[in-house]
Write a protein that binds this ligand. Structure first.
Ligand code: XMP
Length: 319
């Protein structure tokens, strides 16, 4: 792709000139935008860049390790990588919180606190990287969605880090252009073609209180669902799909024992802009297979439901 080829070349050159021998800090989430931004910076200024990856314990199964494999010391990029294992801190803060907005707020604030602590250890930085892309620029201009849900984005870092300037290397790109740039930069396809994942992570896919045990259950169920969708011969994959843990327990039977366990909901939607969405019509055989694997492999789940609601009136996430 000659256009992306030249975007990458030009950006690296421009970043080098702008940054000189300055110190650069980047909050890496493992999502497409922050990953592409980080790699661009790494190509431009190498070890002058430090990436801080906060593992809040609300990521998908193995995701923290996958991010570390790509960006960590055994990965393929020239940069300083710091993984903060803040899982227990987040679980403790979340204990007892049941309201969606409370949970989002707790996670947003704790994230800032953790990041701030790391930034302090690094000391004065000259540039703070943000993975802002063009649709974010438009959206924040119109100020939408904030009213419906307080969006916590790992990118949104205002004044609590001591830095001089913001660098937003993807500011003019649409999502598919960011992906193309990522491919040009040799970032693994697994990372590039990732579906959107919300900042508050699995916390907004667990209805009600979040506990470490519930996170484990959901991670396992969700991994099974994603694995089966990847293996299925679908003409088109849904634009977003994931498992959610409802707060509902119901009676079931296993062997000759009565159970009283949780229900997992499967969500899959097709959408162009995520503002509205239709539920995806997955084949019953696929849903059946996912369901029987989940109830067999995930302890304390005895029921699987399929969410056949569009947006509106439902949202894509559960909280
Ligand atoms: P909803 O649930 O509002 O989701 O229909 C629309 C899209 O936005 C994502 N989403 C978020 N992304 N931080 C994010 O970075 C958030 O707090 C957040 N809430 C929802 C959601 O995954 C979907 O793609």
């Amino acid at each position: 792709d000659w256009k992306m080829d030249s975007f990458v070349e030009t950006s690296i050159q421009a970043l080098r000139e702008r940054i000189g021998n300055g110190k650069v800090l980047c909050a890496l989430s493992g999502g497409v935008d922050s990953s592409v931004a980080a790699v661009l910076l790494s190509k431009a200024v190498g070890k002058q860049l430090t990436c801080v990856f906060v593992d809040h314990g609300l990521l998908r199964k193995n995701e923290g390790d996958e991010v570390e494999e790509v960006f960590g010391p055994d990965g393929s990029y020239d940069l300083n990588f710091i993984r903060v294992n803040a899982q227990q801190r987040f679980y403790e803060k979340l204990a007892g919180a049941v309201e969606p907005e409370d949970k989002r707020k707790i996670i947003g604030e704790e994230f800032i606190r953790v990041f701030e602590e790391e930034a302090k250890k690094i000391g004065k930085v000259d540039f703070l990287v943000q993975g802002t892309i063009y649709p974010d620029v438009i959206e924040s201009g119109l100020g939408k969605s904030a009213v419906i849900k307080s969006h916590h984005n790992v990118g949104g870092l205002p004044d609590y880090v001591d830095f001089k300037e913001i660098v937003e290397p993807l500011r003019l790109l649409f999502k598919d252009e960011v992906r193309a740039a990522g491919r040009e930069l040799g970032i693994p396809e697994k990372l590039i073609s990732r579906q959107p994942f919300p900042g508050p992570g699995l916390a907004i896919r667990i209805i009600g209180e979040v506990t470490e045990e519930k996170v484990r259950m959901l991670q396992d169920a969700d991994a099974i669902y994603r694995e089966e969708i990847a293996a299925a011969d679908l003409e088109e994959k849904p634009d977003q799909y994931f498992a959610a843990l409802t707060n509902m327990r119901s009676v079931g039977v296993m062997g000759d024992e009565r159970t009283y366990d949780y229900a997992i909901a499967l969500r899959a939607v097709t959408t162009t802009d995520f503002m509205t969405a239709e539920f995806a019509e997955l084949p019953w055989a696929l849903i059946g297979k996912v369901s029987s694997r989940i109830v067999n492999e995930v302890k304390h789940v005895n029921r699987v439901l399929y969410d056949c609601t569009g947006k509106p009136p439902a949202t894509i996430e559960f909280e």
